[in-house]
Structures are given as C-alpha cells and as structure tokens.
Design a protein around this ligand. Structure first.
Ligand code: KIV
Length: 276
C-alpha cells in the first residue's frame, strides 16, 4: 500500500540532524508503532524504526529474519503517528549487502512506501561503495558501526568492539569510510568508550551512541528497554526510566479479577442501562 505522503515541512530533516555535529545532543529512540510514535514524537529528534523489532515485537531470537515488508509496514505506521521527528527506517539483513543496486531497490521501496526521511544500514569500509551509491541517488543514509547485530554470527555473539589497539584502528577506519561516503550520521554501538570518543572527535558527521560514549553527538536507545516492557535480556548500556512491564501486568490482573467477579463491565460502560 502506497502512503503517498506529502513532504512534511514541520519535520526535522536529515540535513537538520547532520548540522547538529558538535551542537545540542541529538535525541533518538526506536519506535515500531503509530501510538508509541505519537507518545514520543514531541520529546525526541529522531524516531528509528530499528530491526530490533524482530526481538522486541516479534519474539525472534535475533534480527536476521526481519523482512523488508515488516520494516515497510511498521515504518509507515511510525510516519503516520509522528509529526516532527525525523523518521529513519533500518534496512534488514539481506536487503542491502548483495550489491549497491539491490540496496537501492530495497531502500527506494522502503522510502516510497513509508514516507521516511532515510534509511540506516550496518557496516563500515565494506559498505562505503553502497552508501555512496545510495546517497548519490537520493537516499539519505545513517551508518552503523561498532557492534553491528546483523553480523553477530561473524563476531561470535554480541561482543563489545574496539578492545584491542588493532580493532580500535579498524573501527576508526570504518567510521571514516562511512562519513566519507556521504552518510549524514552514524550509530556507534557497544564500543569501548575511548574509541567511540575518538571517532566522534575525528569524523565530521554526528555520531549517535548506544553503549558508546556521552561524548557522542547524540544517543539512541530501544524504547521498550528503557520503559521496562522488553525484559528478556537487558544489555549493560540500558538504563530503566520506567517499569511499564509491571504496570501492564498489574492492570491486566485487575481487569481479569473484575471480569471473573462480574464487576466489569459496570453500568457506565454499557448501552441502554442507567448508571447506578
Ligand atoms: O535496531 C535497532 O533498534 C538499532 C538501534 C538500537 C541502534 O539498530
């Protein structure tokens, strides 16, 4: 289904985000649905429809089975639910690694069907040619370096990156390649703090940290992690700002108790019955 959305000039653009290098921190958070986008829109700069959706919403073990169709459906919902944030949609595993042309087809499909401002893809030097190909054809790209979950099988798990001097050097090279190829910003995930700090100092585009460094130009986090809704595992970089999991559980328990006691629905929730 094509959303055929007009360009919304109230939204932050990728250029606005790119211009924040060294300025006010860029606040980013994941969002997968219209109601959550609506709740968070006023408070953040970027809503990322991340492929973490696979684990957080679909109960998958990792992000590898996430499809372009999933990203399109949820990306369109987030665009519909928001007014001012810059919405970026993740390119799922297998949709961009094969060739720059395949990446363009997938990215163009995601952008035209969702109305998002750009896409995010994982990888450093190896993705430089693809990023350049996309950007030169009208697809804004947010890069993603450090611990890139789509490559967890290669890393041997979700391992913190940049631990040795050689790894730190390669990571800096990756980040520079992403910046030089025209990305408007890049996520740095689960990386040794001094390495993330050095990357932030050396690249000319904003860095968005997650388990990286407070020196990054912005931060991103999975909303369900900080709200206490996703509780399967909690990475060290997550801070809990609310315990909505417990709130939901209590509310549903109260509903169940009232249904079983026949105290819900009460007259005020019924039609054709006078309130007592
Ligand atoms: O998929 C995702 O949610 C992400 C962020 C955590 C950066 O890539």
């Amino acid at each position: 289904m094509s959303t055929a959305l007009p360009i919304n000039h109230k939204r932050l653009s990728v250029r606005d985000i790119g211009a924040r290098k060294g300025g006010a921190p860029i606040v980013c958070i994941t969002s997968y649905s219209a109601p959550m986008a609506k709740l968070m829109d006023d408070h953040v700069d970027v809503l990322l429809v991340g492929d973490s959706i696979g684990m957080v919403l679909y109960g998958l073990e990792n992000t590898l089975a996430v499809s372009v169709d999933m990203m399109v459906n949820h990306g369109a919902a987030v665009v519909r639910g928001s007014q001012t944030s810059c919405v970026i949609v993740d390119m799922p595993f297998g949709s961009y690694q094969g060739s720059p042309e395949a990446a363009f087809d997938a990215a163009a499909h995601i952008m035209s069907e969702t109305g998002c401002a750009g896409v995010k893809l994982e990888g450093g030097c190896v993705m430089a040619e693809t990023i350049e190909f996309l950007v030169s054809r009208g697809v804004p790209v947010m890069g993603h370096v450090g611990m890139t979950p789509q490559s967890a099988n290669v890393f041997g798990g979700y391992k913190t990156q940049g631990k040795s001097d050689e790894d730190a050097r390669l990571l800096l090279e990756d980040a520079k390649a992403v910046a030089d190829s025209g990305a408007f910003s890049m996520v740095i995930e689960q990386t040794m703090e001094p390495v993330a700090r050095k990357i932030t100092e050396e690249v000319l585009i904003p860095t968005i940290g997650i388990g990286a460094s407070p020196a990054c130009d912005g931060q991103i986090i999975v909303a369900e992690d900080i709200l206490g809704i996703f509780q399967d595992f909690t990475p060290k970089f997550v801070k809990r700002y609310a315990e909505l999991g417990a709130v939901i559980s209590d509310a549903v328990q109260t509903y169940a108790d009232e249904v079983r006691a026949r105290t819900f629905p009460s007259p005020r929730h019924l039609y054709g019955v006078k309130k007592g």
